[in-house]
Unconditional design. Structure first.
Length: 127
């Protein structure tokens, strides 16, 4: 079995460096989808929280539940609210149609297509 050794000081340094581009670590959103890209969600998320990160993104509600309480906001990229969704969860809306699926009072993060044409609502649709 393969092993990876993580250096928390290097990880914290990288998070702090990246945060300079968004004017503060509290504005940085660290993406942990798919088990933190194979590095281990249960290992990586607490390290980011300890470094001062307050926002995270995950693929679905199951991953959000695993890190609920570590971050002020959790963006869920590819799932819909359940009855036990946390008030700190935000759900990505990738289309105008998706906006109609979400229950009232759901925290929504509007995904915009800024030119890559991968996903998101086109700027013309927003207008």
């Amino acid at each position: 079995m393969a092993h990876i050794y993580l250096d928390f000081d290097a990880y914290r340094h990288n998070l702090n460096y990246l945060s300079t581009f968004c004017k503060g670590i509290e504005r940085l959103i660290v993406v942990f989808k798919d088990n933190a890209y194979g590095h281990g969600l249960a290992q990586m998320a607490p390290l980011a929280a300890a470094a001062g990160v307050t926002k995270a993104a995950v693929r679905n509600c199951d991953e959000a539940r695993q890190i609920d309480g570590l971050f002020d906001e959790i963006l869920i990229l590819a799932d819909y609210p359940t009855t036990n969704s946390s008030s700190s969860w935000f759900f990505a809306a990738h289309s105008i149609e998706a906006l109609h699926i979400f229950p009232e009072k759901t925290n929504i993060h509007l995904t915009l297509d800024t030119g890559m044409h991968r996903n998101g609502i086109s700027l013309k649709e927003v207008e």
